[in-house]
Write a protein that binds this ligand. Structure first.
Ligand code: HEC
Length: 131
């Protein structure tokens, strides 16, 4: 061992408490960027991530915590508009997995995303565009 080793080890030990926080931040960023790509592939053709932009489906900016069927100016199905449910992460998972089963009468085409990791990524992205 070189005579610098103890000092080096001490420096590393001092850094250790910061590592989990760093790893968490960058993992969250990775999830958000993977989620954005999945959103682009699976959702974007019908949903804008920007509250001011209408599309075939309602905009999804601020969707986390929103009451379903309340984006202003969008013509929802009766089923969705009258459902009264709140878009929690759990409700969004159920929706992505089987939207028509979760809410019979919705006019959103079936997307069928059952993979929990894929759901996690999309949720991370939807959370990043909810303020
Ligand atoms: C083929 C078009 C299409 C695709 C693809 C699509 N959606 Fe939708 N989505 C819709 C339509 C249309 C509605 C309105 C449904 C209604 O009124 O019953 C909707 C409604 C929603 C709502 C309810 C929003 C609100 O304001 O209550 C959420 C959440 C949602 N979609 C999420 C997603 C996600 C996440 C994806 C991708 C994984 C996705 N959708 C893919 C067409 C689509």
């Amino acid at each position: 061992m070189s005579r610098f080793a103890p000092t080096t080890l001490l420096c590393l030990a001092a850094l250790l408490p910061a590592l989990p926080a760093l790893a968490e931040t960058s993992f969250e960023k990775v999830k958000i960027s993977a989620g954005r790509q999945l959103f682009d592939g699976e959702c974007h053709r019908c949903h804008s991530p920007d509250a001011d932009r209408q599309s075939y489906g309602p905009p999804l900016e601020n969707v986390i915590g929103r009451v379903a069927g309340t984006s202003p100016g969008y013509a929802y199905s009766k089923a969705l508009a009258g459902s009264g449910i709140v878009w929690t992460p759990a409700a969004l998972r159920a929706w992505m997995e089987d939207n028509a089963g979760f809410m019979p009468g919705t006019k959103m085409r079936h997307v069928g995303i059952e993979d929990r990791t894929v759901q996690d990524f999309i949720l991370a992205y939807l959370t990043s565009i909810s303020h």
